[in-house]
Design a protein around this ligand. Structure first.
Ligand code: NAD
Length: 280
C-alpha cells in the first residue's frame, strides 16, 4: 500500500474503501469484511450514511489490530455546533465500536462549522481523533477556515473524477498543504465513466479495466481515493492498481475529459444549501 503523510504527520493509505449508499446493513457489513480481507485498511463512512454500526461489526469480526486500520467518519450538518458535535462524535465512536477515530471530517460546509471545529480541535488534542478535516469546502471557505482556526484541516474530501478533475482546487490544496481526497472517483457509476472510449483505450493498452485506470490516474495525482463497490470481485479489482503506471501521455489524454463541473450537485446553489438543511 502507498501512503500519504497528512500535514500533522499522520500517515493515511492513498486507497481506501467507501460505503456511501450501503443502506442494506448486512450487505454493508459483508462488503467491509470483504474489503478488509482483500487488504484495504482505510474505510470511509459518515453518520449520514446510517451504517456506522455495520462498519464497526465488520471491523471487529476482522480481528485486524486497531493500529493497522484507518477509520474515517463524518459529522453531519444537523449535528453542527460545539455541543452537538461533541455528542455526535461520541455516538459515531460508539456505533463504530472504537475508542478513537483516525479521521473526522465536517461533512458539509454549512451551519455552525466553527462551533463544530472547536469541538473537533478539543477531541483532537485529547487524542480521541488522530486527524481532523473537512469535505465539500470550496477554496475560499477553506482559506477562511485555515486563517481563523488554530488547527488546520488535514484534508478536503471533494468530488473528483475524470469529468470533474478539480485541477485548480488540487493546486490550491497542494500549495496549502491540505491533502486532496476524491469522492465519487467513478462518478457513482452514473456519468458513463465506464463507457468512455478514451478510458477504454487506455485500459486495453495496460491490460487493466477502466475502474483501475481511473483509480491509478487519481493516485498518480497524489489524490487519496475511496472507491465503493458491494461486489467482491470489483472490490478486489479496485484494490489491484499498484502494479502498473500511466504514462505522461495517458495522464495528459485524461485531462481532456475534464468538464470542470460537478456531475451531481452545485454546493454554491442556494437551493442546494436549503435542500441539505432538510436532510437528516
Ligand atoms: P463511486 O464513484 O465510488 O462509484 C461507486 C459505483 O461505481 C458502484 O456503486 C458501482 O456502480 C460502480 N463501480 C465500482 N467499482 C466498479 C468496478 N470495478 N467496475 C465497474 N463499476 C464499478 O461513488 P461513491 O460511492 O459516491 O464515492 C466513493 C466514496 O466517497 C463513498 O462511498 C463515500 O465513502 C465517499 N463520498 C463522500 C461524499 C462527501 O460528500 N464527502 C459524497 C459521496 C461519496
Amino acid at each position: 500500500m502507498q501512503y500519504v503523510t497528512l500535514n500533522n504527520g499522520v500517515k493515511m493509505p492513498i486507497l481506501g474503501f467507501g460505503v456511501y449508499q450501503m443502506t442494506d446493513l448486512q450487505e454493508c457489513e459483508r462488503s467491509v469484511r470483504d474489503a478488509l480481507e482483500i487488504g484495504y485498511r482505510s474505510i470511509d463512512t459518515a453518520a449520514a450514511y446510517h451504517n456506522e454500526e455495520a462498519v464497526g461489526k465488520a471491523i471487529k469480526e476482522s480481528g485486524i489490530p486497531r493500529e493497522e486500520l484507518f477509520i474515517t467518519t463524518k459529522l453531519w450538518l444537523q449535528d453542527a455546533g460545539y455541543e452537538k458535535a461533541k455528542k455526535a462524535f461520541e455516538t459515531s465512536l460508539r456505533k463504530l465500536g472504537l475508542d478513537y477515530l483516525d479521521l473526522y471530517l465536517i461533512h458539509q460546509p454549512f451551519n455552525d462549522v466553527y462551533g463544530s471545529w472547536r469541538a473537533m480541535e478539543e477531541l483532537y488534542k485529547e487524542g480521541k481523533i488522530r486527524a481532523i478535516g473537512v469535505s465539500n469546502f470550496r477554496a475560499d471557505r477553506l482559506m477562511d477556515f485555515m486563517l481563523y482556526n488554530e488547527v488546520k484541516p488535514v484534508i478536503n474530501q471533494i468530488e473528483t473524477h475524470p469529468f470533474f478533475q478539480q485541477i485548480e482546487n488540487n493546486k490550491f490544496l497542494r500549495d496549502n498543504n491540505v491533502q486532496h481526497e476524491s469522492w465519487a472517483p467513478f462518478g457513482q457509476g452514473k456519468l458513463n465513466v465506464f463507457d468512455n472510449k478514451l478510458l477504454i483505450d487506455i485500459a486495453k493498452k495496460h491490460n487493466k479495466t477502466v475502474a483501475q485506470i481511473v483509480l491509478r490516474w487519481l493516485i498518480q495525482r497524489d489524490i487519496v481515493v475511496i472507491p465503493k463497490s458491494v461486489h467482491k470481485e470489483r472490490i478486489a479489482e479496485n484494490f489491484n492498481v499498484f502494479d502498473f503506471e500511466l504514462s505522461n501521455q495517458d495522464m495528459e489524454a485524461i485531462k481532456t475529459l475534464d468538464t470542470n463541473a460537478s456531475g451531481f450537485l452545485n454546493h454554491t446553489d442556494p437551493e442546494v444549501v436549503k435542500w441539505f438543511s432538510e436532510l437528516t
